[in-house]
Design a protein around this ligand. Structure first.
Ligand SMILES: NC(=O)C1=CN([C@@H]2O[C@H](COP(=O)(O)OP(=O)(O)OC[C@H]3O[C@@H](n4cnc5c(N)ncnc54)[C@H](OP(=O)(O)O)[C@@H]3O)[C@@H](O)[C@H]2O)C=CC1
Ligand SMILES: CC(=O)N[C@@H](CCC(=O)OP(=O)(O)O)C(=O)O
Length: 352
């Protein structure tokens, strides 16, 4: 079967990555692309790397342009998709790469984003363990048949995937988690480029959102709660911009739960991910580099136990635009529609 697809925000980074992946998907046909300031212009002007889509022209991002497609992917700034998605009448599946439909808590939304809180949609990280639905239930189960999906924040999915297996198995404590991330500037979108010109980015590392202010903190807490945290999760989260265009390397440490053995810890992550096509626990002593996941819908992680500190250390790498956004969106859409989950999604990175 062929599904007709529209991509809203096709001139941006996330939109471009959606199109790159969708162009190779055998069951999806890209019919419509939309932009905002670039509406009316050829797509190829904003996405010169997408040669196979050179004939497409960006339409305005309006409900009447998007309605009538089987699937609409949204890659718009926060706050822009919520009002728009509410006006869709005839769309089988909508997938939002922005934050508008991620958070269940209106209080968290008000504290970290502000503006109108929209209804939460099925969260698009299929591999996350979820509590209360049988042993090793996954978020995937909630995506089957879904009509509305919220793709994750890229930093949030990296950290949530890093820690959820240990929370679900009760081998790490949900309090006093510390995560420090090296992140590439494409995560901030094309619109942020004026702040990220070479002089400010090349040859230097820039911390931002320091001190518990980053918008992905409530999203991670929500995922860890869903994984069955025995108490309210608490997390110190610090991202650092580094000069690589794409990629996230997240180092997360959590206290070892009382009585948990090294074998039980590793077994928790192995049990969670051994059958997953896109999330891999690397062999003992091996830790990922961002390049290993570049361009792939893949999250790689390495795990160690720091006995002296009494902490489990997880180092995870993914490509913010692929597994962090567009790949997760397409993977979740495959699940929702009953298409084999790996269809159209690259598994291998392009390192070095
Ligand atoms: N970049 C990343 O790694 C990730 C991004 N996301 C999310 O994906 C979404 C898109 O991000 P990204 O691609 O990086 O951002 P970009 O700035 O690269 O692209 C934004 C897109 O939205 C369009 N746009 C801008 N303003 C409006 C508006 N007021 N109404 C409708 N459309 C508008 C732009 O059109 P035009 O260019 O024509 O003006 C462009 O197509 C965001 O919600 C972001 O948080 C999620 C996870 C990771
Ligand atoms: C470098 C950079 O700024 N990265 C962004 C990642 C944005 C993202 O994952 O998407 P959402 O904005 O949709 O949550 C950040 O840290 O906020």
């Amino acid at each position: 079967m062929t599904y007709s697809v529209a991509v809203a925000g096709a001139s941006g980074y996330a939109g471009g990555e959606l199109l790159r992946l969708l162009a190779g998907h055998p069951e999806f046909e890209i019919r419509t692309v939309t932009g905002h300031s670039s509406a009316g212009r050829p797509l190829i002007e904003s996405q010169p790397h997408l040669r196979s889509l050179a004939e497409l022209t960006l339409q305005p991002t309006e409900p009447e342009v998007l309605d009538g497609h089987d699937i609409v992917f949204f890659a718009l700034p926060h706050g822009a998709s919520g009002a728009l998605t509410a006006q869709l009448r005839d769309v089988r599946l909508a997938v939002d790469c922005g934050a508008d439909h991620r958070l269940e808590s209106a209080t968290d939304w008000a504290a970290f984003y502000g503006g109108e809180h929209h209804e939460p949609w099925a969260y698009g990280v299929p591999e996350l363990p979820v509590a209360g639905e049988g042993s090793l239930a996954k978020q995937r189960d909630r995506l089957v048949g879904a009509a509305r999906i919220a793709a994750p924040g890229c930093n949030a999915s990296t950290v949530s995937l890093s820690l959820a297996p240990g929370i679900a198995a009760g081998v790490i404590e949900p309090r006093d988690i510390v995560s420090v991330l090296a992140v590439g500037p494409s995560g901030a979108g094309k619109a942020a480029k004026t702040h990220l010109l070479g002089a400010e980015l090349m040859g230097t590392a820039n911390p931002y959102a320091v001190g518990g202010t980053h918008r992905h903190i409530p999203e991670i807490r929500q995922a860890l709660r869903a994984a069955g945290a025995s108490e309210e999760p608490s997390l110190s989260f610090t991202p650092v911009l580094v000069p690589m265009s794409r990629g996230i390397l997240a180092t997360s440490t959590a206290r070892l739960a009382a009585g948990a053995s090294a074998g039980e810890v590793r077994a928790a992550w192995e049990a969670a991910y051994s059958d997953e096509p896109f999330v891999h626990l690397l062999p003992e002593g091996v830790f990922p580099r961002t390049a290993d996941a570049l361009g792939a819908n893949t999250c790689l992680m390495g795990l160690a136990i720091d006995e002296a500190a009494g902490r489990v250390v997880v180092v995870a790498a993914l490509d913010n635009l692929a597994k962090g956004t567009a790949g997760a969106a397409i993977q979740s859409a495959n699940i929702a529609l009953g298409i084999p989950e790996t269809t159209g999604l690259p598994m291998n990175g392009v390192a070095p």
